[in-house]
Design a protein around this ligand. Structure first.
Ligand SMILES: Nc1ncnc2c1ncn2[C@@H]1O[C@H](CO)[C@@H](O)[C@H]1OP(=O)(O)O
Ligand SMILES: [Mg+2]
Ligand SMILES: [Mg+2]
Length: 268
């Protein structure tokens, strides 16, 4: 990794740790978990989400004034969600806000960095690490001995819920050892990277949920795919992240659908 990229990554790690500390403290303070809603009654946000995103963006801007940002709460406030070739930080200040407001203790600060529309950190074969320990995906080849992670998301339209349950039924019927969901896409992807679960799939995620996790999974030896097979598109809101042995089996069982893309022009 060249010095410039290393410098950027060091800053990302430092600011992620600082943000993580703010989130950790807020988890213990009811006032900081006061809940507001966004697109629906189950799409939640708190002042802490907004404060942490602001903290990250300001800190990066000071050091790298020309860089661009895609942040979950900035997009919610009306900013465009467009990935260009420019250096871009893709930020989810709290991935797992529903967990956060309920003190269910699985949340992530997710920070990805892209150049030329490619997520950069780690792509140069440096590996993925958790507190200094290298991560490696599971070598399980038998999907019937796997744990699969997924989420129910925040869309409660009947057709969408039907699709989600149809996929879940198919996966359970393989049969797999178990199905789990941490309540955050970023943590689910890190569980794939750590080898604790063989695969994670979801339709309805956003680019800020999966940007950082995608490179962590690949660097840990895993693969990314679209839910109907073929290459993943981080703006498509569809993702499968898996070890090599199970990915093809999982893709076969998913009842796919296509939510509005993250980079779709806003409807007036
Ligand atoms: N009610 C809900 N249940 C689960 N995930 C939700 C949700 N509402 C929004 N999400 C978001 O959808 C992602 C994929 O499931 C989660 O990582 C989470 O990111 P968030 O906490 O950053 O909003
Ligand atoms: Mg999120
Ligand atoms: Mg979030």
């Amino acid at each position: 990794m060249d010095d410039v990229l290393q410098n950027i990554m060091d800053h990302a790690v430092a600011v992620a740790r600082e943000a993580g500390q703010v989130v950790r403290e807020a988890l213990c303070d009811e006032k900081q978990r006061d809940v507001m809603t966004k697109s629906s009654t189950v799409d939640l946000v708190t002042q802490t989400d907004q404060r942490v995103e602001h903290l990250i963006i300001q800190s990066v801007k000071k050091k790298f004034p020309t860089h661009r940002f895609i942040g979950e709460e900035s997009v919610a406030a009306g900013e465009a969600c467009v990935l260009t070739d420019d250096p871009t930080w893709i930020i989810d200040p709290i991935d797992g806000t529903t967990n956060f407001v309920h003190s269910f203790p699985f949340v992530a600060v997710s920070i990805g960095f892209s150049v030329d529309k490619k997520i950069q950190f780690g792509v140069e074969g440096k590996g993925a690490f958790c507190n200094g320990e290298p991560l490696q995906v599971s070598d399980q080849e038998d999907v019937r001995r796997s744990i699969i992670a997924t989420e129910f998301g925040s869309n409660r339209e009947t057709e969408t819920v039907e699709k989600i349950f149809s996929s879940l039924r198919n996966i359970l019927n393989i049969p797999v050892h178990g199905v789990r969901g941490a309540g955050t896409a970023a943590v689910n992807m890190c569980l794939v990277a750590s080898g604790c679960v063989e695969a994670y799939y979801e339709v309805g995620v956003h680019v800020w949920d999966v940007a950082a996790g995608s490179v962590i999974v690949e660097e840990a030896g895993g693969v990314l795919m679209d839910v109907e097979g073929g290459p993943v598109d981080l703006m498509s809101r569809r993702i499968v992240a898996a070890n090599n042995g199970t990915v093809a089996h999982i893709v076969k069982e998913i009842d796919a659908f296509s939510p509005t893309r993250d980079d779709a022009p806003p409807t007036q």
